[in-house]
Ligand binder design. Structure first.
Ligand code: ASP
Ligand code: MG
Length: 395
């Protein structure tokens, strides 16, 4: 029995016609003598709309209830797809996370998959052509419903592929992974291959292609992820261990809504650095692009996503309540722009080319790793910066 795991994103199942189109694609594979495990996202903008509904009541909903709410979306698309398949004679059954036994931690809204039992799925595949599974959902030991974070269906799919030792194909409305967001830069080129590490940088840096966690799991279990379009037969991209083509810079990614937090005129006490980041971590907040400068006093600055501003502000004022004279300053409206490439490790002159390209743009912060360079710029410089970098690195 040869099994493939396929995942269809929200825009691929946005309406009934599209669901029928997916069913037809699945039928083709079944005719090739394959068994399918199909993971689906919620239809179109369903998840966003559900969030909107909750926000009409409060912006502070209990995370558990948000997961109860959001998981309904995937249940609708999974059952409709099973109905569509059965209708064309492809035997299928849909399962939610509880039925498929996708066990996760109890971190509502951002649960992590702990265990995935495949006995039941394998048994069902003997009876049915295709098993449809709700993406994005999990279940805790206590039987609580969780979600894996926005975009988490990718992770459901890759985890299932790893557990079933199957191929993993992820379908959406774009034909693969591009050097940069084609919506920002229509001439972006499609990559045939991209390594796990590059993809991880790209997705955590703001490329909305794959859920980061899905790439981590793929890397851990050596699963090649194929990303292709639901709507065309155009060859897509492969996320895998090695990039045969070895470009120096593979891609550029952009992350909007960045806020820079600057704490200035702090006393020259280095334990403060540790205390501040410990506090921030305890609050479950993510910080990025850190800089610590000491002269007569200590200046610490870091970036956060804009929506966490008030949360950070509260945490810091609470921590430093006994301290006078220091300043906290929040500056919103920044964009982080990064270039990523595994070839940077072994090639020199990348930084100089990068700064050359951005010569006329005021850079607020710059950070680097072995395979990326990121800078923070005011949003109004975004287009210009992207254009210059795309040209300089031939993306
Ligand atoms: N429906 C969820 C979301 O919109 C999960 C997913 O699409 O992967 O985030
Ligand atoms: Mg997605």
């Amino acid at each position: 029995m040869k099994i493939i795991v396929q995942k269809y994103g929200g825009s691929s199942v946005a309406d009934v016609e599209k669901i029928k189109n997916v069913a037809a694609k699945i039928e083709k594979k079944i005719k090739d003598n394959l068994k399918l495990v199909v993971v689906v996202s919620a239809m179109g903008k369903t998840t966003d709309n559900l969030i909107k509904l909750a926000k009409e009541i409060t912006s502070d909903a209990v995370p558990r209830e948000m997961d109860m709410l959001l998981t309904t979306g995937e249940q609708v698309s999974a059952s409709l797809l099973a109905i569509a398949l059965n209708d064309i004679g492809v035997t299928s059954k849909s399962l939610n996370a509880f039925q498929a036994e996708i066990m996760t931690t109890a971190d509502f809204n951002q649960a992590r998959i702990k265990k995935l039992k495949t006995v039941k799925i394998k048994k069902l595949l003997k009876e049915y052509d295709a098993i449809i599974i709700t993406g994005f959902q999990g279940i805790t030991e206590e039987g609580e419903i969780t979600t894996l974070g926005r975009g988490g269906s990718d992770t459901s799919a890759v985890a299932l592929a790893a557990a079933l030792k199957a191929k993993c194909e992820i379908y959406s409305d774009v034909a693969g992974i591009y050097t940069t967001d084609p919506r920002l830069h229509p001439e972006a080129k499609k990559l045939k291959y991209i390594t796990y590490d590059e993809m991880l940088e790209m997705s955590s840096l703001g490329a909305k292609v794959l859920h980061s966690r899905s790439v981590e799991i793929a890397k851990k279990f050596g699963i090649t992820i194929y990303c292709g379009s639901t709507f065309s037969d155009e060859e897509g991209s492969y996320v895998m261990k090695k990039n045969i083509e070895q470009p120096v810079v593979s891609g550029l990614s952009v992350m909007d809504n960045q806020t820079q937090v600057t704490l200035s005129s702090l006393p020259l006490d280095y334990t403060l650095v540790q205390k501040i980041f410990e506090k921030v971590a305890k609050e479950g907040l993510n910080v990025d692009m850190i800089s610590v400068i000491s002269n007569s006093g200590l200046n610490i600055s870091f970036t956060i996503i804009e929506e966490k501003k008030s949360h950070i502000e509260k945490a810091i004022t609470q921590l430093l309540k006994d301290m006078k004279d220091f300043n906290v300053h929040f500056q919103s409206g920044y964009t982080k722009i990064s270039i990523v490439g595994i070839g940077m490790k072994s090639s020199s002159g990348v930084a100089s080319k990068y700064f050359n390209a951005l010569e006329k743009i005021p850079l607020k912060l710059v950070t680097t790793s072995e395979i990326k360079i990121s800078c923070l710029v005011e949003e109004r410089y975004k287009e210009k910066a992207v254009k210059s970098l795309v040209e300089a690195f031939d993306l």
